[in-house]
Design a protein around this ligand. Structure first.
Ligand SMILES: NC(=O)c1ccc[n+]([C@@H]2O[C@H](COP(=O)([O-])OP(=O)(O)OC[C@H]3O[C@@H](n4cnc5c(N)ncnc54)[C@H](O)[C@@H]3O)[C@@H](O)[C@H]2O)c1
Length: 375
């Protein structure tokens, strides 16, 4: 099945266009961006034949059967819904939604459509994260009951260049960007976050206009799961510090995992595993388990794939989407994966406003179609 893609959002969209070049029978036929310069530059660089400044015109052009939504995050859900209503398959950037109303609207649209909706969380395809997932599925950690995940990415200057971030990423006191942390964690634990309690470290930075950011510098969210597990999430988009981006840990009854924080070459990910580690105190490098547990396609990946974006993870997300649309594999990063990893961040805003009191995270599987009522 040949896939004709449209891409909306011509900056992050470039990465997907790179990835689609590596996939057979996929073609980017249309590109959309409201910024004419960005549209022209990206369109020429990737030789995209049809260019639009209006998204709905691109969807109605009859040129595409799939779209990549890589616009600012408040547009992901409405643009996904507009495509699903026209029978166009959607690969959405993260997070899938920014508020509870969007959750309800997205459920309605996905349920009413025969097309694929996938939220492409690339952190799930970073090789260490996929390896930990396969090891957890093989039972090496025993019963998993605790995980930590951090996203520390100082975004003050970038928010000035892309002003939507001033509101949607650093301008709301909430975990506004939760899926890089929660995506891998929910896959490892196979548990749903049922409540969140979130607190912040206060305000220590002003924007270039001298105003305090609405978001506290460092936010910590404690999540309880439906099987009694505990997850600690950190988001820090404001503190002055070198880039680490993501870091994780996992604890189970038979083993534990500590990711690299990439501060030095020698700083690599480790595991301790009962029955595999020589004793109770010896960590083993995670990658020692790659030959046994990392899929061969990952181990044999070409340099082009590794260069395609975020260490190749953007390629694997794009490839998963293409294979799902072609019916070659089941959809994993589906509507409920999107909401299970995005909605805890939405609910953290309420918890912060309540000085850290726990608040329930709705399960949108129980949503009554067309009601607009949060379950
Ligand atoms: N998964 C990842 O690792 C990753 C990495 C970077 C960005 N992102 C996400 O990708 C998205 C885009 O990020 P970015 O860094 O490219 O942002 P950006 O601001 O650099 O680019 C967004 C582009 O969308 C265009 N745009 C805005 N509104 C539009 C509309 N209504 N119709 C068409 N085009 C419109 C803008 O003109 C701009 O060119 C964000 O949601 C971001 O969080 C994800």
């Amino acid at each position: 099945m040949r896939l004709s893609f449209g891409v909306v959002g011509a900056r992050r969209g470039r990465v997907y266009m790179n990835c689609l070049r590596l996939l057979p029978e996929c073609e980017v036929v249309a590109l959309c961006d409201i910024d004419p310069d960005c549209l022209a530059e990206t369109g020429e660089r990737f030789e995209v034949p049809h260019r639009f400044r209006d998204y709905e015109q691109m969807l109605d052009s009859g040129l595409l059967n799939a779209v990549v939504v890589s616009t600012p995050q408040f547009l992901h859900a409405p643009q996904a819904i507009a495509a699903l209503r026209r029978g166009i398959h959607v690969l959405s950037e993260v997070p899938g939604v920014v508020d509870l109303a969007q959750c309800c609207q997205l459920v309605d649209a996905v349920r009413a459509s025969k097309s694929v909706y996938m939220m492409g969380e690339n952190a799930c395809y970073m090789p260490p994260n996929l390896l930990v997932r396969r090891m957890a599925e093989a039972g090496l950690f025993g019963e998993v009951y605790f995980a930590e995940a951090e996203y520390t990415h100082e975004l003050k200057a970038r928010s000035e260049r892309t002003p939507w971030r001033l509101h949607w990423q650093v301008g709301i006191n909430a975990i506004t960007y939760p899926t890089h942390q929660l995506g891998p964690v929910v896959q490892w634990m196979k548990q749903r976050i049922t409540s969140v309690a979130c607190q912040g470290s206060g305000h220590h930075y002003r924007d270039p206009r001298g105003e305090w950011y609405a978001q506290e510098d460092c936010l910590l969210m404690l999540c309880k799961t439906d099987r009694g597990g505990l997850v600690k999430i950190r988001q820090d988009l404001l503190s002055d510090r070198p880039h680490i981006t993501v870091a994780y840990s996992l604890q189970g009854t038979d083993g534990c995992y500590e990711s690299s924080r990439r501060r030095a070459e020698s700083d690599v990910a480790h595991v301790w595993l009962r029955g595999r580690s020589p004793d109770a105190d010896t960590w083993l490098p995670l990658m020692d388990f790659a030959a046994e547990f990392l899929p061969e396609s990952f181990r044999q990946a070409s340099a082009e794939v590794a260069r395609a974006g975020h260490g190749g993870s953007d390629y694997w997300v794009t490839r998963e989407f293409v294979e799902v649309v072609r019916g070659e594999r089941p959809l994993e990063m589906d509507l409920h994966f999107a909401l299970d990893t995005s909605a805890p961040g939405v609910m953290s805003q309420q918890s912060l406003a309540l000085n850290g009191a726990p608040v329930r995270v709705p399960d949108f599987r129980a949503y009554v179609s067309g009601s607009g009522m949060v379950p």
